[in-house]
Design a binder for this molecule. Structure first.
Ligand code: HEM
Length: 589
């Protein structure tokens, strides 16, 4: 039997058998080794050990002394290598956020937290990082990939490409469109309350987060496709929600994706059984994506056969599959990723904000009583109805909504932005704009211009291939500030851990514009697209449920909803985020 080594494999490909001489590997198929063994082993050492180590050393020296960020404050280890961040975020699962906090205590408000990233812990600088559409803001490819949906809006890297894609959907999420959606949301809130009514009699322990996720999932699937997935129907609700499972799968992958972006493609093509064996939550994510892909394929087929019902209400999915769009914008990869983003983002974050607010309402009877007193002004009986626009006028309810958003944080991940064409200025520091590596070393940008690659990483011809080239050639500086630090800033929110709706009323009386510091949706051109929809769902559900249902917590404390890890979104130390409760009473008047 042949003893097959790497050399033997190459022997079939290379008639000169050069690999044997280079690596000195022996095979029973190989010709005799001609070089002396001393020479072979030294060559082997150089190629396998010394060369990579030498390159690594050179790269480290570059990062520490010649990189454009080399003069920024921060630990040398973090500046030298991304392994520092890798250790805390991947090996220790989402703990770099606390290490960053420690760095700020030592080095001040601006810190170089990795060879290429700057973190600024200054709540007043958040709007500059997340600037509006008149100032270009791109994404760093390493962050865009973290969501596991590289073809979606949230995974779009360049400013101009993002503006185009966002323009396709923005009308669907305008305030006016969301107000029109009011009856559809009301209908689903009513179904959820009916479920709570039933459990009053059965004594079932509810997983409130899953119940709220059933509500938000039914709203967004209805809006995307024209029919809801029916999570609120009898028999579902607390028990299962594959959109939540998929988001949990994404959380497992969030930091890993940033370091090993190729894994997404590998997992996309891995057999579902193997994937489930490797990591069940990841399998949930890819199962959902496969289902959305099939749905996209069916819709595309109908579009091409012109079988679309012209009477039906136009859906978000119709906009994404419109035949007038360039073909590159209607690929199955793109539709799968965009659908996964819309359904996942539309479900989980909103459900979390409602859950956090509801936890504090149940946990603090005085706050609940004050809220109910105010609610009675627009909901005189438990079965009365009020619109989102009416509810927004209530100051105490608005305080409850804001505290729910603040303490659920939206995302805890550093959602870094890149300023591709102008430097960002912070105090005495100038953070360099995107510049091609070639330009940095030669001072000449001609080759990039000839290729049609723009300095913001886009390509003049809108070519995806050239944009990929740009990703590799253009060195950008991602600048970030985790939402968590703004929401927990004691100078803005004294006793930041306290759920205090009245802080919003006090601020309004003093003329302070505190809601500027609610950054759960981020800010600027890449702010959450579904913000209006989220507000409508939060106001409508909290108001109507608080007016009608009395809950009691079941084996749940603040530890079950706190941020112990940053896995893209905040996670408690043990188990999954969640609030368990029973229905203790139905309010009669
Ligand atoms: C309380 C509820 C919500 C919170 C806290 C929230 C938070 C966020 C955040 C932080 C981002 C920015 C991600 C980044 O910078 O990379 C984002 C983006 C996005 N969100 Fe939301 N979201 C919420 C609800 C929704 C809803 C209901 C939808 C409806 C589909 C939605 C759809 C999106 C989309 C499409 C994006 C990508 C926007 C873009 O890149 O232009 N979100 N969301």
């Amino acid at each position: 039997m042949h003893h097959l080594t790497r050399g033997a494999i190459f022997a079939h490909l290379d008639p000169c058998h050069r690999p044997f001489y280079i690596y000195g590997l022996r095979s029973s198929l190989s010709p005799p080794v001609r070089y002396s063994s001393i020479m072979d082993s030294s060559t082997l050492f150089v190629s396998l050990v010394a060369l990579p180590l030498g390159l690594l050393a050179l790269r480290t020296v570059y990062h520490l002394y010649f990189h454009p960020l080399s003069r920024f404050p921060g630990p040398k280890l973090a500046a030298a290598t991304s392994l520092y961040e890798f250790y805390y975020d991947v090996i220790k699962s989402g703990m770099y956020i606390w290490e960053i906090e420690r760095m700020h205590e030592k080095y001040g408000p601006i810190v170089r937290i990795s060879p290429h990233e700057i973190h600024i812990k200054d709540s007043n600088y958040y709007d500059e990082i997340h600037a509006g559409a008149s100032r270009k803001r791109s994404k760093d490819p390493r962050y865009a990939i973290a969501f596991g949906a590289p073809y979606s809006l949230v995974g779009t890297i360049t400013h101009d490409h993002h503006r185009f894609r966002r323009g396709l959907l923005s009308n669907y999420f305008s305030k006016r469109s969301v107000v029109d959606l009011g009856p559809s949301i009301d209908d689903k809130v009513e179904k959820l309350i009916a479920r709570f009514d039933q459990t009053y009699h059965s004594g079932e322990v509810l997983h409130l987060h899953l119940d709220f996720a059933a509500l938000t999932a039914d709203v967004i699937t209805d809006y995307c496709y024209g029919w809801s997935y029916g999570y609120l129907e009898t028999g579902k609700g607390s028990r299962s929600n594959d959109l939540v499972d998929a988001v949990n799968g994404l959380m497992v992958m969030f930091h890993i994706n940033r370091f090993f972006p190729f894994l997404i493609t590998i997992f996309r093509n891995t057999s579902p059984t193997l994937l489930r064996w490797l990591q069940p939550q990841m399998a949930d994510l890819f199962n959902l994506k496969a289902r959305l892909r099939q749905q996209a394929s069916d819709t595309l087929q109908k579009q091409s056969l012109r079988k679309i019902d012209s009477e039906a209400r136009p859906t978000i999915f119709d906009a994404l599959t419109n035949l007038e769009l360039p073909e590159s914008e209607r690929t199955l990869d793109r539709l799968e990723d965009e659908s996964a983003l819309l359904l996942g983002a539309g479900t989980e974050t909103t459900a979390r904000s409602i859950t956090v607010a509801m936890f504090h309402l149940i946990n603090n009877k005085e706050i609940m009583a004050k809220l109910r007193t105010e609610l009675k002004t627009v909901l005189p009986t438990p079965r009365s109805k009020a619109s989102w626009v009416d509810l927004e006028q209530l100051p105490y309810l608005t305080g409850v909504v804001n505290e729910g958003l603040r303490l659920s944080h939206g995302m805890t991940a550093r959602l870094a932005r890149v300023s591709p064409t102008e430097p960002m200025l912070y105090q005495d520091w100038t953070i360099p704009a995107g510049v091609s590596q070639w330009y940095r070393f030669t001072g000449c940008n001609l080759p990039m211009r000839l290729m049609g690659v723009k300095s913001d990483g886009g390509s003049k011809a809108g070519s995806p291939f050239l944009e990929k080239v740009a990703d590799y050639c253009i060195s950008q500086t991602p600048v970030s500030q985790s939402n968590y630090f703004v929401h927990m800033d004691p100078t803005l929110f004294p006793e930041p851990n306290k759920f205090d709706p009245e802080r919003w009323i006090r601020a309004a009386e003093k003329g302070e514009y505190l809601s500027r510091y609610i950054v759960s949706f981020t800010k600027g051109s890449r702010q959450c697209l579904g913000m209006n929809l989220a507000y409508a769902e939060i106001y409508l559900s909290l108001a109507h449920i608080a007016r009608r249902i009395d809950f009691a917590l079941h084996q749940t404390t603040a530890d079950n909803i706190c941020v112990y890890r940053d896995m893209g979104i905040g996670c408690p130390e043990v188990g999954l985020f969640g609030v368990r409760a029973t229905v203790e009473g139905l309010i009669k008047e």
